[in-house]
Design a protein around this ligand. Structure first.
Ligand code: EPU
Length: 421
């Protein structure tokens, strides 16, 4: 048996929904807790599959972990291994965040190369460069990242592009290095700032997170901390697009509106009403959208993680939209699925040309990756008739209780089990 989402489209979403903690912040912060000499308590951790894989990884390494009601308690004092197995590491991208942490603790780490969504090439050369710049010897042997260092010494790391993963790994290496490290051309995403705040609350000295240059004075003993993870800006954005797509009126609460400016600006350009204050955003729409052009960029530009959900909405916009994907080349594959629902889309290299159609119609489709899954849900919510979406596992990797939250604002969505045949 496998799980599918069955969605009856055309239902207007209305009401209030609360966003969970950030997936990409949590998966960086949790491994960092192993750098401390005492337990940490981290709140607002989303209860999603990726977090459960990390918990398995922590326990395998020897840590004591409790996870209840979105709060995780981690005691790192019993960690005694530096070589997590392939079966665990290959199940998510963030597993390689354990490499700099274990290197810091044991001066050696052996971490199988990361898995994660198949959305294009996901090299790790910038991570390797960062670790080497601080004195580590790093090689990949039989698909395993092997890093060792008798001593880590702070220095300059120049990233070729503002990679999220390489910035996280450079920060996690730098806190264990003596002296000062400067990470140049760093990623500026909210989860980078959140990791910096967590490291600071553990006693590290981290300055400049959220700008192009992060400075870390490392080598200090780190202690456990109490911390609350930021709200997930991609879940926030997905819900904003879902509200707009269904001509809805939804208040999305527990959010940081400034994290959403790139999307809010696009939605306003499309004719959607977006209003925000303090920790909520209200999205209202009449179901008529103007076509817009979108180009993905690192924060504060338009995030690649929302490209697919927004593209789904653009399939019914009035006119032609040009969407350019600059980060992950395979993030247009899901458009084949949208075509099954009646979308009129052409892809030329990294550009999708979306000619708006009157409406989409329900079909049997598949989520090809996490955010593609979110895009299929949005397409299904606005389509005429019923859509069945396979590949639910991808969606549950990153969205906490997604179907339940959507039902709470009126969507007709249920998880069903169907036979493999
Ligand atoms: N890149 C390199 N070399 C490197 C690292 C990256 O060439 O060593 C390139 C990549 O090929 C890509 C670009 O740099 O073209 C940016 O990649 P980045 O390293 O920033 O991505 P990531 O760290 O692998 C994280 C998120 C992704 C999100 C991207 C971009 C996590 C665990 N994952 O991936 O999230 O799409 O940043 O913002 O934080 C998702 O949540 O669905 C997801 C895929």
């Amino acid at each position: 048996m496998k799980e599918k989402l069955r969605i009856n489209g055309g239902v207007r979403l209305e009401g209030e929904v609360t966003v969970s903690g950030g997936k990409n912040a949590a998966v960086a912060i949790i491994p960092a807790a192993l750098l401390a000499d005492s337990p940490s308590t981290i709140e607002n951790i989303p209860d999603i599959n990726d977090v459960h894989v990390i918990i398995e990884m922590l326990r395998w390494l020897g840590a004591q972990v409790e996870f209840r009601e979105n709060t995780m308690w981690i005691d790192p004092r019993t960690v005694d291994k530096y070589n997590p197995p392939y079966e665990l590491a290959s199940r998510m991208r963030a597993s390689y965040y354990f490499a700099p942490v274990l290197l810091g603790v044991f001066r050696r780490a052996e971490v199988p190369l990361p898995g994660g969504c198949d959305i294009g090439a996901r090299p790790i050369d910038q991570t390797v460069k960062g670790m080497c710049a601080l004195g580590a010897k790093v090689e990949t042997l039989g698909g395993v990242l092997v890093a060792q260092a008798d001593e880590l010494i702070g220095g300059d790391i120049y990233l070729d592009m503002p990679s999220v993963g390489a910035t996280v790994n450079s920060m996690l290496t730098a806190v264990s290095a003596s002296g000062t490290t400067c990470i140049h051309n760093a990623a500026k995403e909210p989860h980078i700032v959140d990791l910096a705040n967590f490291l600071s609350s553990m006693g590290a000295v981290v300055k400049g997170a959220g700008t192009d240059v992060i400075r870390i004075r490392g080598g200090r003993p780190l202690h456990g901390a109490n911390y609350t993870v930021v709200p997930d800006q991609i879940e926030t954005g997905t819900l904003m697009i879902a509200a707009a797509a269904t001509a809805g009126d939804v208040v999305i609460s527990g959010v940081i509106p400034t994290h959403m400016e790139a999307l809010s600006a696009k939605l306003l350009e499309m004719g959607v009403n977006v209003q925000s204050e303090d920790d909520w955003i209200r999205v209202r729409s009449n179901g008529h959208f103007r076509a817009v052009n979108v180009k993905t960029q690192g924060y504060p530009g338009f995030p690649t993680d929302l490209q697919q959900p927004l593209s789904a909405l653009l399939t019914v916009a009035n006119g032609t939209s040009i969407v350019t994907e600059t980060i992950f080349e395979s993030r247009f594959r899901f458009l084949d699925e949208l075509r099954k629902m009646g979308a009129n889309v052409r892809v030329i290299e990294s550009t999708a040309i979306i000619n708006g159609v009157e409406r989409l119609v329900g079909a049997r489709v598949n989520a090809t990756d996490l955010r593609a899954g979110a895009a299929m849900v949005i397409a299904a919510l606005m389509a005429e008739g019923t859509t069945e979406i396979g590949g639910v596992g991808y969606i549950l990797r990153g969205y906490e209780r997604f179907d339940e939250k959507l039902r709470g604002i009126g969507a007709s969505v249920e998880k069903i089990r169907v036979s493999e045949n």
